[in-house]
Design a protein around this ligand. Structure first.
Ligand code: SF4
Length: 316
């Protein structure tokens, strides 16, 4: 069966093995970040809508767990845009939590919708929320995240602080750095101050480790990253693997590879570990998908690893 909204699992350095659920179905976001791995934002909005229904997700999840024995450390709501824009978010989280899966639910968010009390209330049902906040300097925020014009940075930051007060689960804050864009001393100082009020359970200082949409992005030096990580006492937890069965059906492998790289560029090694496929089966699937023009490869600027991604969605 072809899954439209479920993808992966993907190996994530922040969560380990994570089964992704795309709550948007296409690139719908309140931001159009320079580093976005899903390509350019097609619909930039702050209006919530039932982009993907609870029924579609619940039925795919049930089929997924009947088809594959593969376990993951998290079920992660995210996908090709901002998941809080899905007005069924609360119902979707509640419904997954009621399934007999015993897998924690994580939600990725760009924090822009947290100023809405209804969104905060819905998110409170999750186990882990991973908000991002790249800059508290207005000009940098606009440059790196290219937000919808009605998003106010102060309101966004206050929404995050309010959420901290209301949420009993864990918050893993992410700050992604692009040199020359949001690496200023002013931003560092503001984020340190903000962090002491937010008191997240973890801070991840990251950079563009996979091909994104911004051609001109430079990478911060390891000394620079170490300095910022030290300032926040930040760590990046190593990904865990929990593959329990091996998938050998070639057409199923091709579909899963395509569906997974559509949401996140990945290396061969990451795909093997995350999808539980053999190296030769993956090679065959990759060359067929590349040959038919559906995917392409690109080199990472950090470590020159080869990533596979959907053709035409990313610039570099
Ligand atoms: S990185 Fe996230 S917040 Fe930014 S444009 Fe992409 S999906 Fe939206």
């Amino acid at each position: 069966m072809m899954f439209e909204y479920i993808f992966g699992p993907v190996m994530s350095s922040r969560l380990g093995s994570s089964l992704g659920i795309d709550l948007l179905g296409c690139k719908v976001c309140s931001f159009d970040c320079l580093y976005c791995e899903s390509g350019k934002t097609e619909i930039k909005t702050i209006k919530r809508a039932a982009c993907v229904s609870l029924e579609s997700i619940a039925s795919e999840l049930q089929t997924w767990f009947e088809t594959y024995e593969q376990r993951s450390d998290f079920i992660t709501l995210g996908g090709q845009g901002e998941p809080c824009l899905n007005s069924c978010l609360g119902e979707i989280i509640q419904s997954i939590k009621q399934m007999p899966l015993d897998i924690p639910v994580a939600v990725l968010t760009n924090s822009s919708m947290l100023s809405d009390p209804q969104v905060r209330k819905e998110l409170c049902a999750a186990d882990v929320v991973l908000p991002s906040l790249d800059s508290l300097v207005e000009s940098e925020f606009k440059k790196i995240n290219r937000p919808h014009p009605s998003i106010d940075l102060k309101g966004l930051a206050q929404g995050l602080l309010d959420f901290r007060q209301e949420f009993q689960g864990k918050i893993f804050l992410e700050v992604l750095i692009i040199p020359g864009i949001n690496d200023s001393r002013e931003n560092l100082n503001r984020l340190i101050d903000f962090n002491s009020q937010l008191r997240p359970d973890r801070v991840d200082i990251t950079t563009m480790s996979r091909p994104g949409s911004y051609l001109g992005a430079e990478l911060p030096s390891s000394n620079f990253l170490a300095e910022w990580r030290k300032a926040f006492n930040a760590t990046v937890s190593p990904g865990k693997v929990s593959v329990t069965n091996i998938c050998t059906d070639q057409s199923a492998i091709r579909e899963r590879v395509l569906s997974s790289v559509k949401r996140r560029p990945q290396t061969q090694e990451q795909l093997i570990r995350a999808l539980g496929v053999s190296s030769s089966d993956l090679d065959a699937a990759l060359s067929e998908l590349e040959g038919s023009g559906l995917i392409q490869s690109a080199e990472s600027k950090t470590d020159f690893q080869k990533f596979y991604l959907v053709r035409g969605k990313h610039a570099g």
